[in-house]
Every structure is written in C-alpha cells, then in structure tokens.
Design a protein around this ligand. Structure first.
Ligand SMILES: [Ca+2]
Ligand SMILES: [Ca+2]
Ligand SMILES: [Ca+2]
Length: 345
C-alpha cells in the first residue's frame, strides 16, 4: 500500500474507533450529576510600547469565553471562543478550541479527544491567565504549532507517567492544506508535584504541495520543589526536508530554547525572568538566517480575585540587523514594554 493511501486510511480507522468508543460510552447507565454548563473565561487588556519605533497603543488583546459541558461521566464537550485583537482595529472571532472528549470504561482509562485542541507540546501555555509574563517565548512563536485539529489519544500510566498521541491536519490548520496528516505525541513524567518533564515530537508535511516534511523534537521541564519558586526550561530542535520543483532536496534546521524563573515574594506579587534563544540557521522560521535571543523581565501582581497585572520589559537582540529604529535604520536589537491587566471569571 502506498504511503499516501495509508495516511488517508488512518483517519477513517480512527473515526470508526471513536464511534465505537462513543457508543460504548453511551450504554453506561450512570449519567453525570454535575452542573449542566460551566462558563469561564477572561478579558486581557494591555498597553504596549515599542521603544525602537516609538509606536505605542492601548489594546484589548483578547476576550475569551470557555464553555464546558459534561454530557455524561465519561464524555465532556469544551469550546473556547475568543475574540483576538487583529492589530488593525478589529477583532478576529475564532474557536481556539472545540472538542469532545470521552473516556469509555471499556478503553480502560484511555481518553479520546476529537476536534480542535491546544497542541500538547512545549513549556508555555497559550492564554494570558496561564502565562508567567506578557509575551510568549521565541520557541513558542516560531518553533511550535499552537492548535491542532484532529484526534488525540491520551492516557495516564500509573501515577507519574502520561502519554499523548495525536493525528491532525497540520500546524494550526483548521482545514487541511494537503492530503497528508501530521502525527505527534508527548510522554510526560511528573514526580510528587515537584517537577514535571516531557518529551514531544511532531512530524508532517506542512506545505501545500507536500514539498517539506517538518519534524520537531521538544523537551520541556518544570521544577517547583522550592517554595514559591518555579523554574522552567525547554529545548526545541526542528528540521524540514524541502524539495524544490527540480526535485532537488535540502534540509533546513533550527534550534530553540528557553530558561525561565518565576518567584512569588508574597501572594500579591512576584517576578518572572526569562531567557530566549532561537538559532534559525537557514532563515526558515524567522525569514532571515539569524541567531535571535531575548531577555524578559516581568513583575507580576495579583490585584484581587481573578485580577492580575504584569509589567514586562523585553529586549530582543539578533546577530543580524533585523529590527528597525525610529529613523527606519536597520538595527540589531529591539526594546519593548507592556502593561497588562487580566480578569478571569
Ligand atoms: Ca483557551
Ligand atoms: Ca485564547
Ligand atoms: Ca496535512
């Protein structure tokens, strides 16, 4: 069987598997007694200042409403609806996530997720209330997908190990741009809530004409054993085999990393420090072959129940002149500041 046919067949098999799983979940007699629909979400507003260009603006960065509905003891629906500032005066309405997750007893603890979900890869999380600072790391922006549309199997093995495997359209593809499916997974280990670590991979054709097979390996690590201190680290190695119209192939690669520390001085305030590294050998991610780094310093504040604020100072610097200053001159660094308020409910 040709590879292509095999890849087309797999989602079909997976779909049949899921229908059987859902049906088997339906015959379970107990209905979930929990609340009908849980609503949560957040409002994220900020003031942003780019000291290079002098550009500065207030902005409502995002409004999100999350809807969770327990259909039965083994089936949950979730939708994350978000309005994201498009930077041009409008807001883009999107379904950040929307999935059904079921865990039929017959599958012995295996969870099946179908729909669109946050990609289970990397150290940082997507939404503002789950972040330790205002901006995402270079690794998050350039080395990883954000959301995946497809099917995911996950399972806890014992108390310390969890495993995830998924099958999706591709990196942030609500609709597939080609005929190939992207596969990936993560194996995680956690010990006594002191530290967690994970090894992830994702691999697939991410170009319209199947001219680039993209593979990423990512390791994430979180250490929280010292009171009030969270340490995080990530290493991200990516490569893409590109084939041009003359059938000549070449491989482009990148290496990204982050190191962060967050310390809470009291329940009302803390400080985050983060170092970013992204070596884009071939310019396949940043557009220019460069080695970019960033230092981020961010005092964080808890203002009340569900209310938080962050002041962020971030300095990006590159070995190439990829930024511009006030006069439009190419320079090697960029300094930016942000003030952010988040309200969660
Ligand atoms: Ca969300
Ligand atoms: Ca969101
Ligand atoms: Ca695809």
């Amino acid at each position: 069987m040709k590879i292509l046919e095999y890849k087309t067949l797999l989602p079909g098999l997976l779909f049949i598997f899921m229908i059987v799983s859902v049906l088997s979940a339906q015959v379970e007699p107990e209905k979930n007694p929990g609340p009908k629909v849980e609503l949560s979400g957040f409002v994220d507003g900020a003031y942003f200042y780019d000291s290079n260009s002098g550009a500065n603006t207030f902005g409502l960065d995002q409004v999100e409403i999350d809807v969770i509905k327990s259909v039965s003891k083994t089936t949950v629906l979730r939708a994350d609806l978000e309005w994201v500032n498009d930077g041009a005066g409008g807001f883009a309405l999107d379904a950040e996530q929307g999935f059904i997750q079921f865990s039929p007893l017959i599958l012995g603890g295996l969870n099946v997720t179908f729909g669109k979900f946050n990609a289970p890869i990397g150290f940082e999380l997507l939404d503002a209330p789950d972040m330790y600072q205002y901006s995402h790391a270079l690794v998050f922006d350039y080395g990883l997908p954000t959301n995946l549309t497809g099917a995911m199997l996950s399972k806890n093995i014992g108390e310390n190990v969890d495993v995830v495997f998924y099958f999706s359209n591709g990196w942030d593809q609500n609709v597939d741009i080609n005929k190939s499916k992207t596969i990936g997974g993560r194996i995680g280990y956690s010990r006594d809530d002191d530290w967690t670590g994970g090894l992830s991979f994702i691999r697939g054709e991410e170009r319209e004409n199947n001219s680039g097979l993209l593979t990423v390996l990512d390791a994430d690590f979180t250490f929280t054993a010292v009171k009030n201190l969270t340490l995080g680290a990530e290493i991200n190695k990516g490569g893409e085999n590109l084939t041009d119209s003359t059938n000549t192939s070449k491989t482009v690669t990148w290496l990204g990393a982050l190191l962060m520390a967050h310390y809470d001085f009291s329940e009302y305030w803390g400080i985050t420090i983060r170092y970013d590294y992204f070596d884009d050998n071939d310019g396949s991610r940043l557009g220019v072959a460069e080695k970019r780094q960033a230092f981020t310093f961010a005092p964080t504040f808890v203002l009340g129940d569900g209310m938080g604020a962050i002041i962020e100072l971030r300095n990006d610097f590159s070995d190439k002149k990829v930024f511009t200053d006030k006069k439009g001159k190419a320079v090697k660094s960029q300094l930016a500041m942000a003030l952010e308020f988040t309200f969660t409910f």
